[in-house]
Ligand binder design. Sequence first.
Ligand code: IMP
Length: 422
Amino acid sequence: MRQQVDVLLGAQWGDEGKGKVVDVVAPDYQVIARFQGGPNAGHTLLFEGRKHVLHTIPSGVFRPGTKNLVGNGVVIDPVIFLRELKALEEEGVDTAEAILLSRRAHLILPTHRALDAASEAEKGKSKIGSTLKGIGPTYMDKTGRNGLRVGDLERGDLRTLYDGLKRKHERLLGLYGDLPDLREAEEEWMDAVRQLERIPRVDCEHYLDEALREGRSILAEGAQGTLLDIDYGTYPFVTSSNTISAGACTGLGIPPTRIGRVIGIFKAYCTRVGSGPFPTELHDDIGERMRQAGHEFGSTTGRPRRCGWLDLPALRFAVMVNGISELAMMKADVLNDFGTIRVCTGYRVNGSLTDRMPYTLTDDVEAVYEDLPGWGDTAAGIPAELEAYILRIENAVGVPVKLVSTGPDRAQTILRAPGVTA
Ligand code: IMP
């Protein structure tokens, strides 16, 4: 059989625990390639009692021998990237050996961050709740054909290119109000760019093509989640990239015919950071208990995450648009102390029942629930009630749940014999 690229992505609104699963399955792969997003992501890994948060660098970086490729679909802030490199080097990771950068990846400038902040401030109450890392403005410059790319760092006229784009941004910022003083940020950016020299740059489409020809195993790692996808998410409350499996093709230069398994990561409940509709959101003590038990505070911004019950129509939608072949359920242990577990099986929209994700998830979409018994404790494995909950999910979405996570550590991971086949 021809070598395939497996894809791992979020099936909800991000923060599903993708980093942990990538780290767990990384020994099966020789190359881990991030295909979209940027430092808006925060992938948390915990092992040997230590916590590590990655923003731009793929989560296979702690597994010796693994190549970690930052693909062309990713947007890179050199300052944040350098900070990540330094933290990894302090942990003994040989970054020049473990990490590769795509020349086609776009760069986030300090003025992109300023534009992100100005645009959000202008939106007022209808703001997206952006992470303010400059993601939207950088992707806008990419599609507007104005962007700076990693490959431009090899040119002698980087400063001229930078100044040209900065001037354009300053004109835009002038429309929003006073220009922020970015001199310090700019110096830091230029210094970071120089220090990025130590990371090898590749044409990622050729690199991966060769890797496939050599029979090397590749995992494409997504960031954020399906419901934050620019096309299929809860627009306009989304991020600015394609978080779905199709994004792995454009974000890495892989042909669709080479995609193999598509692994969807979801939590036993739902969370969302920032604004936008969330039909199963809990505004009561139960939501607060979930937030505390699940430590649901953003790993990039520290913001409290909104919490709610699992939404099956949304999960089925994620299975559909991504072609998910198997699921991994995360944070089952967070619901251990809940006597009753609710699961959303459909929506009531304008008085009619539907189990289909509507064109827009407006605030008047009301979730319809089914109640299942709680499971108590996951310390000794998967209890019968949790198994029943998982079977209910498998039957609703039609794909197997092959992995269940019962805690943040690598070791708290159960490979499960699924109840359905894909
Ligand atoms: P941006 O990607 O920073 O522009 O933010 C757009 C929306 O996506 C906001 O609601 C963010 O909170 C959300 N978002 C961006 N990145 C992540 C993530 O990694 N996890 C969860 N939500 C995210």
